[in-house]
Design a protein around this ligand. Structure first.
Ligand code: BMA
Length: 327
């Protein structure tokens, strides 16, 4: 079988730690976890479910910061090494020509995607309930807001990093106004990032850790065999939701076709900072950085809706794990 190639720009300064000797998991945690604590920004209750990207020779990101009034907000941040972050004290004020859309209600669970010539941000945006907000920045200082991608109610809007069949493409997870006890991942296309259609079903919940609902995580990663999608799955225990994450490989030209999908999870809540916090038992990935020459991957995820964490994987091992543990 030919080797699966990881496609994209090299990232030699990717945050990285070797797998600890006593660990035999395909994804392993940073010893520095949580890399961002809940009080890294003044007047903030928690900093979690956040997205980062390479930016020049350093890193930038959009962070979910819930403030001490428990308003869910997005803050910009920069970092030299992807681990130590300087996050703005004030929330992002998106510039928007239409006040109907630009009026701030709440924003959470951002994803950031380099696409063509700018960094696009998608997030869960309050507009008569949660829906997918869409905006962009060139410099992580000034942000512009576009039309919401979908009608409410929707969450986990995740852009693909290039056009597919000459259309922009996004995954999303239609939901309800509350803590949605269901949820499938869908695929949508757009000619202009404003009008979305050609909606296709991608995946439903399955057994075990992903039995209640699933949602796309980081920006999908292009490989020679398909789009590598890391996604979260939710199990309903007698004590509430448990958020773990797994991975799938989606067809390159028809990403609503699933080629492989992990039956076991890749990572689930078991460390203290994942099990104890504002919402116990949550690991929620929003970013996966990668370096094609070395196959190193760095996955950023929220812990217990309170802190931001980092985990690592080797691309070849991850692909092999996905193939060998697919259903
Ligand atoms: C989801 C979102 C996430 C959160 C998760 C667990 O519905 O609100 O932001 O991490 O619930 O509370």
């Amino acid at each position: 079988m030919s080797k699966t190639e990881l496609i994209g720009s090299k990232l030699p300064n990717i945050p990285w730690e070797e797998r600890p000797q006593d660990c035999n998991q395909v994804v392993w945690r940073s010893e520095k976890n949580p890399i961002i604590t809940r009080d890294a920004v003044p007047d903030t209750n928690s900093i979690f479910n956040s997205a980062v990207v390479p930016f020049g020779d350093s890193f930038a990101g959009v962070f979910r910061c819930d403030n001490t009034a428990r308003v869910m907000q997005l803050h910009a941040g920069v970092s030299q090494d992807g681990i130590n972050w300087k996050i703005e004290a004030k929330r992002i004020q998106f510039r928007c020509t239409d006040n109907e859309i630009g009026h701030f209600v709440y924003g959470y669970d951002p994803r950031v995607c380099w696409l063509e010539d700018r960094y696009y941000v998608t997030w869960c945006n309050g507009y008569h309930g949660p829906t997918i907000g869409l905006g962009y920045t060139h410099d992580f200082k000034i942000f512009f807001q576009m039309e919401n991608a979908f009608l409410p109610y929707n969450r986990n809007g995740v852009l693909f990093p290039r056009k597919i069949n000459e259309k922009y493409a996004m995954l999303s997870r239609p939901s309800d106004t509350g803590h949605t006890p269901f949820g499938d991942i869908f695929y949508s296309e757009s000619p202009d990032l404003i009008h979305w259609g050609h909606h296709r079903h991608v995946m439903s919940p399955a057994e075990g850790w992903q039995a209640t609902k699933i949602g796309a995580g980081p920006t999908p990663i292009e490989t020679s065999e398909g789009w590598l999608l890391i996604y979260h799955g939710v199990l309903t225990s007698c004590n509430g939701f448990v958020y773990s994450f797994g991975a799938a490989l989606l067809d390159l030209e028809r990403p609503w076709k699933v080629i492989y999908r992990t039956f076991p999870y890749l990572l689930n809540p078991r460390e203290y900072y994942e099990c104890v916090g504002d919402v116990p038992n949550v690991t929620f990935p929003c970013t996966a950085l990668y370096d094609p020459p070395t196959g190193r991957m760095a996955i950023y995820y929220g812990g217990a809706d309170t802190v931001t964490c980092l985990a690592f994987a080797q691309f070849d091992e991850l692909i092999e794990f996905i193939k060998e543990n697919s259903f």
